[in-house]
Design a binder for this molecule. Structure first.
Ligand code: ARG
Length: 390
């Protein structure tokens, strides 16, 4: 009996390897690690451990597809309650890649290391089940705790990155890094500085601000400081520059799909910069009504992504709407980075619905006297209503 395990190389998924044999009776465990821009050392470590503890290991490169889905996220200004959706968007893609291996390997089942408390189980399984695979979730089914796992790993001679003192659950990809668990679970606990790896603390960031320029074409970033580059490189560079200036930390209370409220910490420098810039460019280019309606679409879009429901037909329909709005979202934005903040300081688009000539206080081509007629009617009903009580 063969099982394919979605494998990160971390504590949860590593203990799954012996558990799948001991507790579930599989005689072959195949591990799959999907590269979505997490640090190279993580992929290498997963590869080493997969080869060491499992019977066969695959590393699949999905960076390009992940960047494509991030481009859609940028167009949708994707965020759920203030969270930039990095893990959420990555999970279905990882699942698709794991399914490809499971098919190739003729596996009976697919396993994952998610707990029964989070969202990732739902995002993974929605895709695994779509292809009819039996799903095995040892951590959830055996009701495991991280402490138990650490002990079990020790007994099985498995070296684990997490310790009882620093038992964080970290999920990292090109777009974001999340840090959960341990003491952070207490919302009243102030996180120690050492949970952060991408960002300098704003207090220690450079005293000199830095202004960067980002070019967008049809809603998608294409150049940084006038240098054209592919999405992967651009996001990586922005993570470095933004991280240096302490940009893109989030400490929040998040409503998980199951209804549990959770304290979450994230780092996502490029995401903060790109979403700030993109929204600003949209404000210049889209009509007032487009902007208002798109917000509703964005809210729905973010919820589908957070819930892992990207196979819902609504997702395709919303993307079609969003793509239509992005046809004119071309231009550039300058963003000032300074001690944790990313602020737009200039923008330009050939499609701007903006006329300096019309709006300027110093020109008279638009006869301002005409506004009087508008003012006479504006607020008419409110005035009638108030007068009733005078
Ligand atoms: N709260 C985020 C989400 O639901 C991050 C989850 C991180 N996952 C993890 N296994 N550490 O998308």
């Amino acid at each position: 009996m063969k099982v394919v395990l979605s494998y990160s190389g971390g504590l949860d998924t590593t203990v799954c390897i012996p558990l799948l044999k001991e507790k579930y009776g599989f005689d072959e465990v195949v591990t799959v690690t999907v590269d979505i821009g997490q640090p190279y050392e993580d992929i290498k470590q997963a590869e080493e451990r997969g080869k060491k503890y499992a019977d066969k290991h695959y590393t699949i490169d999905a960076k390009k597809e992940f960047v494509d889905s991030l481009f859609m996220l940028i167009k949708a200004n994707g965020n759920y309650e203030g969270y930039v959706l990095g893990t959420a968007l990555a999970r279905p893609l990882i699942a698709e890649k794991v399914v490809e291996v499971a098919k190739k390997e003729n596996a009976e089942a697919i396993a994952h290391g998610c707990t029964g408390k989070g969202n990732d189980q739902l995002r993974f399984e929605n895709i695994f089940r779509q292809y009819g695979f039996r799903v095995i979730a040892p951590v959830r089914e055996l009701n495991l705790t991280r402490e138990w796992e650490i002990e079990y790993a020790r007994q099985h001679g498995i070296d684990v990155p997490a310790t009882k003192e620093k038992p964080y659950s970290i999920d990292e990809n090109l777009w974001s890094r999340s840090i959960e668990g341990g003491k952070l679970e207490d919302p009243s606990f102030i996180p120690p500085e050492d949970i952060y790896e991408w960002t300098t603390s704003p207090e220690k960031a450079p005293d000199e601000p830095e202004i960067i320029k980002i070019d967008f074409e049809k809603g998608v970033p294409v150049a940084l400081n006038d240098e054209r580059m592919d999405g992967f490189e651009l996001i990586k560079k922005l993570n470095e520059i933004g991280g240096k200036h302490g940009v893109g930390r989030t400490d929040m209370i998040e409503d998980r799909v199951l209804g549990l409220k959770a304290r979450e910490n994230y780092e996502h420098s490029a995401a903060t910069i790109l979403l700030t810039a993109h929204k600003d460019l949209e404000n210049l280019v889209l009509s007032r009504r487009e902007l208002k309606f798109k917000k509703l679409v964005e809210e729905e879009w973010a919820e589908l992504v957070y819930y892992g429901l990207v196979n819902d037909p609504l997702y395709d329909a919303l993307n079609a709407f969003i793509d239509k709005t992005q046809e004119r979202v071309t231009g550039w934005v300058k963003v000032k980075l300074y001690k944790g903040s990313a602020v737009v300081v200039a923008r330009h688009s050939p499609h701007a619905l903006y006329s300096e000539e019309l709006v300027s206080f110093d020109t008279s081509s638009l006869d301002q006297r005409l506004a009087e007629g508008f003012a006479v009617f504006h607020g008419l009903q409110g005035r009638l209503y108030r007068r009733l009580f005078q």
